[in-house]
Design a protein around this ligand. Sequence first.
Ligand code: FAD
Ligand code: UDP
Length: 377
Amino acid sequence: MNTSPCTYDYLVVGAGLFGTVFAQQAYAAGKKVLVVDKRPHVGGNVYTEEQAGIQVHRYGAHIFHTNDEGVWQYITRFATFNRFTNSPVANYRGELYSLPFNMYTFNKMWGVTTPQQAAEKIEQQRAEAGITTPQNLEEQAISLVGRDIYEKLIKGYTEKQWGRPCTELPAFIIKRLPVRLTYDNNYFNALHQGIPTGGYTAMVQRMLHGIQVRTGVDYLEHRAELNSLAKKVVYTGPVDAYFRYSLGTLQYRSVRFETELLDIPNYQGVAAMNYTDAETPWTRIIEHKHFEFGTQPQTVISRECSSEWHPGDEPYYPVNDARNAALYAKYRELAAAEPRTIFGGRLAEYRYYDMDAVIRSALDSAAKELSHHIPTA
Ligand code: FAD
Ligand code: UDP
């Protein structure tokens, strides 16, 4: 046990949303908090940076959406959100389709004009495929939207995104996408949706107001020294790295962003265009200004290319297959046995977490933790 007096109650490793929310809650409860992040900035993956007057989402497009009233009330204390509604367009070899799967998509694919006709078409293709209980992503997709949409809008995109055949991927990945027999092309079934005015970085900076933050500091490289500064650690980095990969390496998908400033005001007319064929190397192109209805004379676009993660790359998406789930379960046992460390967020919990779910998880974790340590007056 460390008997030297600690300067801080909490050392928060990672200034992403989990770490930031936890730090904000602890600081508001009167705790002394130090936040460190190995990157040169705060915000984690929601970090945005201005280029040519446009807020650029450096680690991929982030659209905030939630049905959690508590999370919405919390986050709107730190930002106002604009009215952006995500309606991406799928580009299959130059044919454009509306996403998520809705009556505009079915009309373009099959020429159907009524919900009954669309439902019949899907049912016919499902029956032809003979699927009763979907066992993998391919079967799940065909059951949901039929073979034509699977072949043109799902198969190529998903196999590029995950680097694995759809027959080897879990069905739940595709269940994230709504299927609607209406002309509603809002990508999310959420009561609240938008982009924080002025970008995510400004929002995170407001959340961290008054809290000590050191960027460019890798906790794992200075573990002993940093541990000695605080009574407890909140760790939001990769769980396997924390345990020095002692049980093996968890797999991730990484993403490379090729960002370009173009001397035209409007490149693609929509914030996100998904390239759903197998041949185009990128999964999607993001045109950042459309998140904020920008009218600047130039535009910034990012092509997203998905790849297998290797040590040294940025880990983005956990690979949710049986091998990784089993390995993570073992790391979780090790994590539960660490008395001084709280593990949270998408890397430490190895979870495909949306922003609102990460905020909820951090609020709950902080409430549980701080209720044991009510500050003395
Ligand atoms: P992170 O943001 O990854 O923060 C972890 C932080 O820990 C990082 O800043 C990292 O540098 C730091 N760190 C790690 N190891 C160390 C170390 N050893 N020492 C010091 N610091 C360390 N969610 C949505 O709701 N809507 C979207 O549209 C959306 N789009 C997404 C698009 C992409 C491409 C991706 C990958 C995710 C998307 N998400 C979206 C999910 C969203 O990014 C996460 O829910 C959220 O950012 C997770 O926050 P976090 O704090 O858990 O992790
Ligand atoms: N997906 C697809 N075609 C698309 C968009 C998504 O097949 O045009 C599939 C793909 O498998 C992806 C999953 O749906 O991994 C979830 O999509 P979402 O947009 O939620 O992915 P994220 O925003 O997390 O990258």
